[in-house]
Write a protein that binds this ligand. Sequence first.
Ligand code: G3I
Length: 409
Amino acid sequence: MARLTRTLLLASGLASSAAAQNQTSQGLHSLMVAAGKLYFGTAMETNNFNDAAYQAISTNKNEFGMFTPENSQKWEVTEPKQGQFSFTQADQVLEKVKSNGQLFRCHTLTWHSQLPSFVSAGTWTPETLTAVMTAHITTVMEHYAGQCYAWDVVNEALNEDGTFRESVFLTTLGESYIPLSFTLAAAADPAGTTKLYYNDFNLEISSAKADGALKIVQLIQAAGAKIDGVGFQAHLNVGQTPSRAELGATLGRFTALGVEVAYTELDVAHGSLPASDADNEQQAVDYVAAVGSCLDVEGCVGVTVWQFTDVYSWVPSTFPGKGEACLYTEDYQKKPAYEAVLALLQEAAAAAKGAGSGAGNGGRGGAGGGVGGGIRSRLPRVSMGRLWLWADWLGWFCRLWLLCLSFKG
Ligand code: G3I
């Protein structure tokens, strides 16, 4: 761990940086914001509330600024029986987050999984299913009006080859259920303050699936519906994570369509347990690749980890033998991955600050921010201070050249 941290610090030139030293008391979220992004967040659920160690970390606003309820806004919880809505659990998550001045990201509306049986096992016509979707999306979104930074409107609609996944929605309505969901979501948010996202996994590693998601964005846009973002879940595997540049290039394909992007469920699982020191160093490299790619792409707004401690990771129960995917161990020790991401963000925050002070335009320059991405994110980053220096030298060079010419003349 020490070796990895030292290597990363040296590589980023931070070892001698006084600015970075001053920021060691800062956390993932505050540094992410200082680097020009909106947030660093985590999933959380009500079963985490009575865990004092968990709460000590999650309520630290420097560490996490955005929270996604891991399960309690899913259809089987919010509308277990047709027309009977229940928001108790997700409301508790929202209240905890809000009372601490942190933000809320909402998950999810139209998804083939964690559906109540009245939907998954029902007999539907396009009209009756549309009515049920309308009631669900409208009621749930209106309940959380003005509270969610974003909603994952449609979740995981794709197979790995980029074709549409079989579901009650696809069978009954065809692909039109996707733009329909976005149209209903936009209608339920007349103020237009909530970002509407398509959210899926493996977009980072499968170009066929990423192609499918790009087509989904275009399908929604062509239908005249509102889509603001694409969520890259980023359930990644140690040693099989694409490079920072590859990840950034994939994000850039989406921002080129005019939508923002975010990593919405980041974790990096070990294939065999317990993880060795070398495995943990590789995990750190993979986390840095993902978070770094978000820093590199202007339209990437933030990163959410799908739980920050292995205690509550979903991975081992779904993939027995795999796991230890989070930034903190089960006993709340920071892993090399945590230290490496922190060092990365310290560097990005210092660079953004330098760029801001050099050009006299502090704030969201340097490492990015805002929406739109594209060409700027692929250009090498040059600080404004250095540009002025070059301009200054060029000016002196021209003056000398003119002086020589006048002597010659
Ligand atoms: O609520 C029941 C409880 O009543 C019962 O006693 C218990 C017994 O196992 O199960 C509980 O339900 C569990 C539920 O989480 C709530 O804790 C399910 O078994 C369990 O399968 C479910 O897993 C969740 C999974 O989504 C379901 O698909 C994970 O916690 C959650 O992390 C995971 O999150 C998904 C995202 O929503 C979408 N992207 C993939 C991601 C990981 O699968």
